[in-house]
Write a protein that binds this ligand. Sequence first.
Ligand code: PNS
Length: 159
Amino acid sequence: MPHALFPGSFDPFTNGHLDLATRGAALLGMVTVAFGRHATRDPMFSLEERLELAAEACRGIAGVEVTAFDGLLVDAAKELGASCVLRGVRSAGDFDYEAQMARTNADLSPGFETVFLAPSKDTAHLSATLVRQIASMGGDTSGFVPDCVQRALKERFPN
Ligand code: PNS
């Protein structure tokens, strides 16, 4: 069975990420949710917080693990024994960026494939950026993120 890395910054981990990891593991056998470093972004939650929240959200889901990596995705994949990358594509806009990353990763590591999954209908509109914005303005994010993430957002933005 293939082992896929599902990389991202997951700031925070949303129901969309959970949907993708769960369906990816059912399809591919094993998915490792892998926290990478975004060169130009300062995250809202620290890496430790994000890892802990994703691990809690994914607890008990067969074939899903959570880890973090430094440096290039293709190097992390080799180190972790992953044969492909899993990414979600919600829109044509997403696809342009995702295709560029997939082709670049394949150039860096020939034969390295990226598997794209469309989101489920209930999560197709979700984004971590919108969740951060809603939470920071006191809005209700309960339909968008796992319970543990919602609690963490409430603690971060009590009002
Ligand atoms: O949540 P994001 O911002 O879509 O995640 C982007 C991420 C972490 C997957 C991407 O920035 C990444 O792969 N970073 C590791 C560095 C790397 O390999 N860069 C070249 C990618 S073509």
